[in-house]
Design a binder for this molecule. Structure first.
Ligand code: ADP
Ligand code: MG
Length: 245
């Protein structure tokens, strides 16, 4: 793929002796939406954390929007500007209001004036359907609302790529839908490149161009969502799907 916005080429990573990523090859086209699934411990988080250098790979190449991730801090900074990340546990600053959580990065990293940062923040809070929560602290919000703040916070940095690491798995069941709904409309309206680790099959079928299945540090299988869920090929994929469905 010559126009890939994310390219992983024979990526390998070890934690000490433990070989956590094995010869990962993945090319993501601009605007493509990928869902990553697989058993716990298979390396899903590690793989997506390597894409914005929260983890370092030891072998192979990772190229994001034309910049290769090396130890060069300039490259890491460049890539972090392009890549937003949403975590399982929200990671909001508890001592800042919702609005302050959203304006911190734009003001201090992107050097935006406060008024502009606040206007952008309110625009994205509306997009995730909680503008009325702007003055509250994260601890005063439900889990689903906090995760929507986290999504809005990433969007305020105007990333080209969004990475989601199990964004709904820490939520009570009744809050999963409100977060998935926001992610679906983001996917459908923004045309942004997205990689999302999730086992939410409905979400995958609705928005993913491709589903990738990982097991023991390898990409075992990938396909369109319908083919992947309805007609899995590999025995490990079949076993995994029989456990989550
Ligand atoms: P997943 O997201 O698919 O559940 P992870 O990428 O979190 O998997 O972890 C893959 C494997 O690497 C697991 O066996 C985990 O215990 C191990 N691991 C993750 N982070 C570290 C770390 N910082 N140090 C050592 N081992 C780790
Ligand atoms: Mg994980």
């Amino acid at each position: 793929m010559s126009n890939a916005i994310i390219s992983l080429q024979d990526v390998n990573k070890w934690y000490g002796q433990f070989h956590v990523l094995r010869n990962i090859n993945l090319e993501v086209a601009p605007g493509e939406r990928i869902v990553v699934c697989g058993p716990s411990g298979s390396g899903k988080s590690t793989m997506i954390r390597c894409i914005n250098r929260l983890e370092e790979h030891q072998k192979g190449h990772i190229i994001v929007d034309g910049t290769e991730l090396t130890n060069d801090l300039k490259h890491i900074e460049t890539i972090r500007k392009d890549v937003g990340m949403v975590f399982q546990h929200f990671n909001l600053f508890p001592h800042l209001t919702v609005l302050e959580n959203l304006t911190l990065g734009p003001m201090w990293v992107l050097k935006k004036p406060r008024a502009e940062a606040e206007a952008t923040a309110m625009k994205y809070l509306e997009r995730v359907r909680i503008p009325e929560q702007a003055a509250k602290f994260p601890g005063q919000l439900s889990g689903g609302q906090q995760q929507r703040v986290a999504i809005a916070r990433s969007l305020c940095m105007n990333p080209k790529i969004m990475l989601f690491d199990e964004p709904t798995s820490a939520l009570d069941p009744e809050m999963v839908k409100e977060v998935l709904d926001v992610m679906v409309s983001l996917a459908q309206e923004s045309g942004m490149t997205m990689i999302c680790v999730t086992h939410e099959m409905g979400f995958a079928r609705k928005v993913a161009n491709r589903v990738i299945f990982m097991d023991r540090g390898e990409i075992i299988e990938q396909n369109s969502p319908d083919e992947f869920f309805d007609n899995p090929q590999n025995d490990r994929t079949k076993l995994f799907l029989s456990q989550i469905l």
